[in-house]
Design a protein around this ligand. Structure first.
Ligand code: PAF
Length: 283
């Protein structure tokens, strides 16, 4: 396990000196099968795999769950042994943010709507820490889950606009058997909340059917259907149901050839997000 940036740089140089391509999976720990699937994909594509575990304070708002965020390093390290024992980088907060740290990476456009409206400082924190991790690790390829779709858009835009020499690979959402998207925050759900949470993925399946089978193209009809499905869960409070272009995240009025549906809702004190990308033929 590596804990300092200096040590990480040394490890990275050794990999590159031996002509090894570094695959990198950034995480905040509390690992689940979604994270492990990223590591498995990285194992297939790269010669050396690095996983970072760092609960990044700068991406949490003042009233958010930074202090409660699940931390389970020993379990995480055990789980990583089941997927090929990648190298693990576990810095502490002062290693990543030294006294006087005063830089923030702000990505415009795709970081503004949806999560950006509700969590205005979140994506600056994500972009800053991801860039720091990319620079320190010398990653060649980085693996992110589609579950955090807007995060992926922000990271891609940062990589493009700053010419960061890292290839970004997006891996499918991994779901529980009943469809709930895996998330470290699912641990917060009580039993009754957990059984209501399934309406999120069910609402996306309904929307996908409307678009692909019934050929509905009117965004408001699709949104209404999603809303009424989510509202069957009495404790679920919808933050947004966005139907947008997956490249620009501009909201649509008519379903496009490529469309992303992003939903976010709160249940108790937990926020859940989910999404689906739908590709239609032009008929
Ligand atoms: O998706 C996450 O877990 C985090 O946002 C990331 C990318 C590790 C940055 O802290």
């Amino acid at each position: 396990m590596i804990t300092t940036i200096e040590e990480l740089r040394r490890w990275s140089r050794q990999q590159h000196n031996s002509q090894k391509r570094i695959g990198f999976v950034p995480t905040m720990g509390a690992l689940h099968d979604g994270h492990l699937s990223l590591v498995k994909t990285a194992n297939q594509c790269c010669d050396s795999v690095l996983v970072s575990i760092f609960v990044n304070p700068t991406q949490f708002g003042v009233n958010e769950d930074f202090h409660q965020y699940p931390r389970s390093l020993e379990d995480d390290l055990r789980l990583l042994q089941t997927v090929g024992s990648p190298e693990v980088f576990v810095p502490n907060v002062t290693e990543m943010y030294q006294t006087g740290f005063d830089v923030s990476v702000h990505v415009g456009g795709v970081s503004q709507p949806f999560e950006g409206k509700i969590r205005p400082t979140h994506f600056d924190g994500v972009a800053t820490v991801v860039l720091k991790l990319f620079l320190a690790s010398g990653a060649d390829v980085a693996f992110f889950g589609q579950k955090d779709f807007q995060q992926v858009c922000v990271v891609r835009k940062m990589v493009t606009d700053l010419n960061v020499p890292v290839e970004v690979v997006v891996c499918p959402i991994i779901r529980e058997p009943d469809g709930l998207a895996m998330s470290s925050r699912n641990k917060y759900l009580s039993k009754p909340q957990r059984s209501q949470a399934v309406v999120l993925s069910q609402s996306l399946i309904l929307a996908e059917k409307m678009i692909l089978d019934e050929k509905i193209r009117d965004v408001e009809i699709v949104r209404k259907k999603i809303r009424s499905k989510i509202e069957t869960a009495p404790d679920m409070k919808i933050d947004y149901i966005a139907i947008a272009d997956p490249k620009t995240l501009h909201e649509l009025t008519i379903i496009n050839f490529d469309t992303v549906i992003l939903i976010a809702a709160g249940i108790g004190t937990t926020r859940l997000i989910d999404n689906v990308i739908i590709t239609t033929t032009m008929s």
